[in-house]
Structures are given as C-alpha cells and as structure tokens.
Design a protein around this ligand. Structure first.
Ligand code: PGA
Length: 246
C-alpha cells in the first residue's frame, strides 16, 4: 500500500508564508513514492488549491461540519470543501475533542458527511497520558474508532485512521515505534472485524513525527504514513519525512 504523509498546519500560516512553503515543497517533491497532503486552515483552501493543482500534493481541510447545510454559523460543510477540490478532511483531532467538546458521536457524523461528499476523512483517535498510565489506551482508541465504524460501516474501507497519542502531540515526546505499532495492530484488528478490506485502510501515526524519527516509525508493519503537525511547517523537514515514506 502507498503510504500517506499528511501535514496538519493547524492554526498557522498567512498568505505570503503559505506561498513560500508550498513553493519549497513543490520543488522538492517531483516524483514521490508516497501520497502527500497538506491540511490547511479553511480560509486558505482557495489559495492552496490554486498552488497545488496538477502537483502530487493534495489538499486537505482540518475539520468538517456534521451538518449538511443551513443555520450553523461558522460551520463549513463537506460539499463546500468539495467545491475547492478538497481530498481529505481531518476529523476528530484531539484538539477539537478537547477544546471544542467533540463527542465520538459528532465525530462519527462528520465522517459520514465527508464520505457522502467524496472526501476522505482522516479519523483521529488517541489516548491522553492519564488514560495511558491507567492502562486504558486500547479501550479508548477502540471506543473512538467503534463509534465511526458503527455509524459508517458500509463505507468504512474509505476512511484513513490516524493514531495520535495526545501526550505526544506538539510535545516532542514521540511514541516509540513499538508503542505505536502495538496500537496500530489493535486498530487494524478492529478494522478487519468490520471489513474484508482492512488491509488497504491507511493507519497513520501522528505526534511529534519529525525528520529524525519518521523512518523508524514508518518501517513498522501497520504504520502506513504520518499526520505531521509542527514538522509540516518547515519544508526541509516535511520533505525528509516524505522521502522516508516508501
Ligand atoms: P505534531 O502534531 O506533529 O506537532 O505533534 C501532530 C498533530 O496534531 O496532528
């Protein structure tokens, strides 16, 4: 399976900086062995769409509404994202679960909207440090993924999953390749029970992935790519991660 390296810019960037970053990336990714995406703030989708059209870099959003249309001030629907040729949407990132109170049910509904619009949801799951220390890692990630499978079982093979231990995000503390692989294997088994196509579902690792640790993480049998935050904002670092994904 081709690996996927997706950058999550989070709430970073501006028109000038985006143009420079994309120019550096585009000149460095002539013939990549993996799929590549940048998930940009919604206001820059139109700008980045123009910059990446016809290139190996695909466009991603960082969220999508659970609603189809109507009186939901501030929300952005999956069909609106599709208007800008958005290919991927991050759904259920831990920062949204934590700061915006997104529940498993809301995440599942968002996944459904993305799939219905032909957008691949990158479904994030992951435990907090307290949950890991309490021995609840498997229970938490399985509960988060089960909600998505339960609501979207018929097209579950169309999703991408991202395992992002909350304690590793933006902290510089990466899960060891063994720790990550262990959880990825649990998620793969759960997907296998839901669909005969589980082997082709990409399961990404996210949480302080960088140029130095990417190769070792990506060498694990069930790690099919990365969801990269901080390191995706620096072209040389992101390019090194892309080069490690083959
Ligand atoms: P990080 O973020 O690479 O900066 O840890 C990853 C993410 O939150 O998607």
């Amino acid at each position: 399976m081709k690996k996927l390296i997706a950058g999550n810019w989070k709430m970073n960037g501006d028109v000038a900086a985006n143009a420079v970053l994309l120019q550096e990336l585009l000149s460095g990714v002539r013939d990549p062995a993996c799929a590549i995406a940048v998930c940009v703030p919604a206001v820059y989708l139109a700008q980045v769409q123009v910059l990446v059209t016809g290139s190996p870099i695909e466009l991603g959003a960082q969220d999508v509404s659970a609603h189809e249309a109507g009186a939901y001030t501030g929300e952005i629907s999956a069909t609106m994202l599709k208007d800008f040729a958005v290919r991927y949407a991050i759904v259920g990132h831990s920062e949204r679960r934590q700061y915006h109170g997104e529940s498993d049910a809301q995440v599942a509904a968002k996944v459904g909207r993305a799939l219905a619009a032909g957008i691949t949801p990158i479904v994030c799951v992951g435990e907090t440090l307290a949950e890991r220390e309490a021995g609840k890692t498997e229970e938490v990630v399985k509960r988060q993924l089960a909600a998505v499978i339960h609501a979207n079982g018929h097209c579950i093979s169309e999703i991408v999953v991202a395992y992002e231990p909350v304690w590793a995000i933006g902290t510089g503390k990466t899960a060891t390749p063994e720790q990550a692989q262990q959880v990825h294997a649990v998620l793969r088994a759960q997907l296998k029970a839901a669909t005969p196509q589980a082997q082709r579902i990409q399961i990404l690792y996210g949480g302080s992935m960088n140029a130095a640790n990417a190769a070792e993480l990506l060498a694990q049998p069930d790690i099919d790519g990365g969801l990269v935050g901080g390191a995706s904002l620096k072209a040389p670092d992101f390019l090194k991660i892309i080069a490690a994904a083959h």
